[in-house]
Design a protein around this ligand. Structure first.
Ligand code: PMP
Length: 354
């Protein structure tokens, strides 16, 4: 830390992203990326846009926003594209939380919420998940704080129903409820249709998972026009050109290939079922997942040992070294071939360890 670093940031603990190894020898199952590249159309569109990089990108993201709104069945003014969904989540913390609207979220969830609260100097509270890692909806009924819920949740992979989300939104009319649907294309019910009924609901999604664009940084929020206007005020006060031209073009290309996205999501769901079935055969425990990862433990194999052994064998997964999560590992669903290799390696590790 330099002598010049502002007092207000000195105690900040930044978010720790999953490892991005510099070589390609690993089977990378640690950051919930898609194992598939963007569609050919998206790649070609990004390449074409590269030729116009001397110009600023369209700050309104007009074409992309229009197409996305059409797919979501909402108005263009009800959508805001951002630099990954991380950016819109940060905007939501900035726009809707303060001393009289503290943030609240589960104790086990996306690790960035805590960091967004800290950097924006927002008071926050966490609510413990139940023993089975599910969210107790009653904890959030009438809680009267700005609620952040990842649905499906990470790293648990469990989802609330749309009815449960509606109960939370309805019972907190004086606060915004943010539903982070980063993984919604792999399972669960989206809350997007509810934005027509509730002016305090903001739903965020991302192109990073189901749409194979983690490297391009594209996410979005959906909410009533007034909420989107608030978030635009934050955007135009920080970085009006938050989406670069190549990302915008690639995003539009992916949206023109929705059938590709749907087919890949179906494939991931199928491979997820295969992976969980094989892991359970080998004695692992873990709930059914609604996401592109599974969250499992083995009663006879320590979580950090399993993580380290997988790594020695060229497979990266995500291990969280906290009290309630230590026994578990979060494993991203890759291609069928990658998961077959992962299962083979796991079998070998178990043979050696038990
Ligand atoms: N929400 C959740 C629950 C996530 O797991 C992630 C990705 N790590 C994000 C939001 C942010 O994703 P991105 O910024 O790539 O859209």
């Amino acid at each position: 830390m330099s002598a010049y670093f502002s007092e207000k940031y000195k105690s900040l603990t930044p978010y720790t992203p999953g490892e991005q190894p510099k070589d390609t020898v690993y089977v990378k199952l640690n950051t919930n990326e898609s194992p598939y590249p963007p569609s050919d159309r998206a790649i070609a569109a990004a390449a074409e846009a590269a030729g116009k990089l001397n110009l600023y990108p369209d700050p309104e993201c007009f074409a992309l926003t229009s197409k996305l709104a059409e797919i979501l069945g909402v108005d263009r003014e009800e959508v805001l594209l951002t630099n990954g969904s991380d950016e819109i989540l940060n905007f939501a913390f900035m726009a809707y939380c303060d001393e009289s609207h503290p943030a609240v979220f589960p104790d086990i969830t996306y690790g960035f919420y805590k960091v967004f609260a800290q950097i924006n100097n927002i008071p926050y509270e966490t609510v413990p998940l139940k023993d089975d890692f599910s969210i107790d909806v009653t904890d959030y009924i009438g809680i009267n704080k700005t609620v952040f819920i990842a649905n499906p949740n990470a790293p648990t992979g469990l989802a609330l129903t749309r009815d449960e989300i509606e109960q939370i939104v309805k019972s907190n009319p004086d606060n915004v409820v943010v539903i982070d649907e980063a993984y919604i294309d792999f399972g669960g019910e989206s809350a997007v249709p509810l934005i027509k009924k509730y002016d305090n609901l903001l739903v965020t999604q991302t192109f990073s998972k189901s749409r194979s664009m983690a490297g391009a940084r594209l996410g979005f929020g959906v909410g009533c026009k007034e909420l989107i206007r608030d978030l635009n005020t934050i955007k135009y006060s920080t970085n009006p050109y938050n989406i670069n031209m190549m990302t915008m073009a690639a995003g539009l290309g992916m949206l023109e290939d929705e059938d590709v996205t749907r087919a890949r999501c179906a494939e991931i769901r199928e491979t997820r079922a295969y992976t969980l079935c094989e892991l359970r055969r080998l004695g692992f425990e873990g709930a059914d997942s609604e996401t592109n990862f599974v969250f499992v433990r083995h009663p006879k194999l320590d979580g950090s040992t399993y993580y380290a052994k997988l790594r020695e064998n060229g497979i990266l997964v995500r291990h969280f070294d906290t009290e309630r999560l230590r026994e578990y590992n979060r494993i991203t669903i890759g291609t069928k071939e990658q998961m077959e290799k992962f299962i083979q390696v796991t079998e070998k590790i178990l043979e050696e360890a038990l």
